[in-house]
Design a protein around this ligand. Sequence first.
Ligand SMILES: [Zn+2]
Length: 286
Amino acid sequence: MKELSSTNAMTIDVEDWYNSSLDLFEDSDVAHGAKPDPSVVDNTLCTLELLSKTNNKATFFVLGTVAEHYPDLVKEMMIQGHEVATHGYAHNLVYKLTPQQFEDDLKIAMEHLSNAGCCDVLGYRAPYWSITKKSLWALDILQRLGFKYDSSIFPIKRGLYGIPDANPDPHEISEDFWEFPPATVRMVGMNWPIAGGGYLRLVPYPIIASAIRRSAGKKSRVFYFHPYELDPSDVKLKHKIKSAGTLLYWMQQRLGRNSNPDKLRRLLSEHDFTSIKQILSDQQVN
Ligand SMILES: [Zn+2]
């Protein structure tokens, strides 16, 4: 098996503030595939500015509805030298789709990226990490459609996702097709997530920094966040999801949200990140 360089990847799932919660809180009155709020544009532009100031490059997994309604945003990512990849079209859980529905959703997403000027898409990330043991068939479809990597398999177990015994390091699944799992640390015989989202919000910064230092010179690690996480005010779920007052909602969406922008700025300032495409490309010349 080939070895990858040790640079870490920063990845950004570009979607609206509610997408991460649609499948967790089923009493939402927002539909899959709805037009994203314009705040996704402002928050993504803030993300691009932060990456520029900290001299980092990243992979943007753009939801198809974002590319459809805000194609100039996709162009801006490319102008600034970042990788654009796909997060599917309507943010449906992969294992709730048939293989044909998955392929159709993916093709619509690719069409909107192509309309925005992005024709060279190498990577895919499933909504809510929803490539699990029930939906491994999706990897075959991705390979058949010409993708070079997937970044959807979380090597932990959670209610809606995860394969706890999956390989936690980036690895080649088959000839010229790679899996880039989100970063975890191994403690007491288990993988513990540190990669981003709620985990990044809740795990103390020194633990994350220490994990990055310990991995230096070894395998690349994949981190992630959503543009709306840079804006603590950008959570309007109360208007659209009835369970917004519950403890689960608070844990999922609010806890650590106010301090998260500073944590992300620090992470990006103190460490080097690049795109997954660049990591793959470096591996080819090594
Ligand atoms: Zn998502």
